[in-house]
Write a new protein. Structure first.
Length: 344
């Protein structure tokens, strides 16, 4: 089985979930010499859940492959297409199956926030009970380590990502590890940063009144319920953050500005129409901006925040895009402002 302790050290040596999944399949291949080893996760909601490949490595593969996070849900296979995987997912237990000369073991990978999944190992001979116990033990360590990552990366009240993870996610989107950079390098203009990725800042209107009139426990309930509305409104690959207080941030993928505006407008309307216990109606002011190649987290956030500021001072309960506000003359790009220093 190789050096199990060494493999555990390798798996827990990274704080990046994508790298962890790849390291997990590499460790399993080194230990078991299987035909293939893969990690699949269930994404989507309700009856329309699909399998996303998080990492897959065949015996002769040099590197692991995975589905891009931007893959449309409809292009992923439905859960029912792979009954053995689905049984493992639903029963939360090891499942074995055989087809011809191949044997497959599915181990459940449970996650509170990222969606449950399975570790699939395909071998020429059936895994022995000792091998199954070893893999199950490594899966438990993997699960526990992911729990530690959740504790450090997620807001304790809402379960959304916290502010300190935002910069890394943003830069990964723009850098070599993100789908954005890959698509732009391939010349696919549909995925250029100015057209496909958006940052939205969401602020609850008059939230101080909620805390003052109903108390902080009710205020916390409003924050929690809003986070659930956000999960329902946005797609599985959109990144949702709570920055603190009543401020939330979304990293959104959309094909154009109209689709981005529609996504944020959908959240605004659903929040406005939702009956919050004791409080009643809660409204949102939302600003968003296109993420540009070479952008910084602070620069993009500042543009979206200016759009929120405009909404706050023009009636609240609105969605505004920074670029449209610039086009309409309500805001200026930073570089377009006249300098306060005269040159002689």
């Amino acid at each position: 089985m190789g050096n199990v302790v060494e493999q555990l050290a390798e798996i827990t040596g990274y704080k990046d979930r994508d790298v962890m999944d790849v390291t997990m399949v590499v460790a399993m291949r080194d230990m078991l010499s299987p035909l293939s080893v893969s990690i699949y996760r269930a994404v989507g909601a309700g009856d329309d859940q699909r399998w996303m490949t998080r990492a897959r490595l065949a015996a002769d593969d040099a590197v692991a492959t995975a589905d891009p996070l931007s893959t449309p849900l409809t292009e992923l296979p439905p859960l029912a297409q792979f009954p053995a995987r689905m049984a493992c997912l639903q029963k939360h237990e090891l499942r074995e199956s055989a087809a011809g000369s191949e044997f497959t073991c599915h181990f459940p990978l449970l996650s509170e926030h990222d969606g449950d999944g399975v570790l699939e190992i395909v071998t020429r001979t059936r895994l022995s009970p000792a091998e199954q116990r070893t893999v199950s033990a490594i899966v438990k360590v993997y699960h526990n380590f992911q729990g530690l990552l959740d504790y450090s990366e997620r807001d304790t009240l809402t379960g959304l990502l916290n502010r300190k993870t935002f910069d890394g996610s943003f830069l990964k989107l723009l850098g070599g590890g993100g789908a954005l950079a890959t698509a732009v390098a391939a010349g696919d203009r549909r995925h250029e940063p100015s057209a496909s990725y958006w940052l939205g800042v969401i602020d609850i209107d008059h939230f101080k009144r909620v805390n003052d009139n109903f108390g902080h426990l009710i205020g916390d309930e409003v924050l929690l319920l809003l986070s659930r509305l956000m999960r329902a409104c946005f797609r599985y690959h959109d990144r949702l953050y709570r920055f603190g207080g009543e401020e939330f941030v979304v990293l959104l993928r959309a094909d154009n500005v109209a689709d981005a505006a529609a996504a944020f407008e959908r959240l605004r309307v659903q929040c406005r129409n939702y009956a919050f216990p004791q409080v009643g109606q809660v409204t949102l002011s939302i600003g968003f901006t296109a993420i540009r190649m070479g952008d910084t987290p602070a620069g993009a956030f500042d543009r979206a925040d200016k759009a929120v500021y405009h909404a706050k001072h023009h009636g609240r309960d609105q969605v505004h895009g920074f670029e449209q506000l610039v086009t309409d003359g309500h805001l200026q790009e930073e570089g377009d402002k006249e300098s306060d220093v005269e040159l002689f």
